[in-house]
Design a protein around this ligand. Sequence first.
Ligand SMILES: Cc1cc2nc3c(=O)[nH]c(=O)nc-3n(C[C@H](O)[C@H](O)[C@H](O)COP(=O)(O)OP(=O)(O)OC[C@H]3O[C@@H](n4cnc5c(N)ncnc54)[C@H](O)[C@@H]3O)c2cc1C
Length: 391
Amino acid sequence: MRTQVGIVGGGPAGLLLSHLLHLEGIASVVLERRSREDLETTVRAGVLEYGTAELLKEVGVGERMEREGSVHHGIELRFDGLGHRIDFADLTDGLSITIYGQQEVVKDLIRTRLETGGQILFDSEAESVHDLDTDSPKVRFLADGEEEEISCDYVAGCDGFLGVCRPAVPERARTEYTRTYPFGWFGILVEGPPSTKELIYTLHDRGFALVSTRSPEIQRLYFQCDPHDDTEEWSDARIWDELSARLATRDGWELTDGKIFQKDIVQMRSFVCEPMQYGRLFLAGDAAHIVPPTGAKGMNLAVADVRVLARALIEFYGSGDTELLDAYSETCLRRVWRAQRFSWWMTSMLHRFDRSDPFQLKVQQAELDYVTSSRAAATTIAENYVGAALG
Ligand SMILES: Cc1cc2nc3c(=O)[nH]c(=O)nc-3n(C[C@H](O)[C@H](O)[C@H](O)COP(=O)(O)OP(=O)(O)OC[C@H]3O[C@@H](n4cnc5c(N)ncnc54)[C@H](O)[C@@H]3O)c2cc1C
């Protein structure tokens, strides 16, 4: 099998790249180890930066998002029993975020690619990538128990944190930067109405909590937990008690509960691999970097990477010029590190690192007091959250 760009991974990064290339007449094949149904039903991210939502509209995959997504103009930061609104619209000249589940973005991209003759090979697991420093790299994969090979001009490694592409870069040619946090997020999916119009991020003596949403019927809530906790040990009643305690306000705000239908624990990690390219392999999205979800940047960074990569490939196929491809890693890493900084900072400000350290809690509360009372400081949150300050 031969194509121009071999794409490993059919998450948001791989699917969007395939679509952007198709719009300019560049052929690609997407290899995805999971089934279509599995991809379309896995609930992960849900906050789209302003630029991400605009891009999806511009390239013709935003129609359902515009109809079913929810545009938010702010978030609430809650601490010491009081809520404080960060008004994005006011602080960033009218910018906003869109709440629309990653699985819905993935559904829209899959449908659009298949309707336009795109090749997505589901249930096809890439085993290895080869000849990256030649002009004909190859991807070997398993489909229906048979080993097959795609030969291409370029390989896009969009296969997430545990994929095969990043490890294919020789160790001497990459540097990895990692930070693992001493806590995780306990996440629940709830069938029921929302408790609030906008997302609430809370710092409490007992730890962080977040009230988020996926749709008017499905709510997403998280609270800081031990990363080694077992979801089985958390009954529904215990989860609601914990969330209610952390979210309580002086004026008696009440959390709306509902039917919990999924519980999971996410380890919190920051990770960057530099550079994001080696020979004819380009890494994009979680394959190259991971952020703790506190800044809602994971999927947005994946989209930003493939936007840069698509532009560079389009330039190459149009003129033979490799300048943008050569600069791919450097171009992406500026945004990646800015998003890392923001995600790390939000995580540091909003979580309890050591519950026996009341001094640290007081300093964190003072920082929250500052960012919610100074217009300059509130603007830094707003412009980073909507994505305008990331380059
Ligand atoms: C539980 C959870 C909750 C999250 N919540 C948020 C959030 O609230 N906000 C936020 O911004 N981000 C969140 N994230 C992060 C966000 O979901 C990711 O950043 C985003 O999915 C990155 O997209 P991607 O396409 O780079 O990688 P992925 O979505 O991981 O896609 C990679 C794809 O490659 C496939 N693959 C892997 N190996 C192979 C192989 N060998 N062969 C073929 N296919 C392969 C995988 O099956 C997968 O479909 C969350 C992540 C998790 C795990």
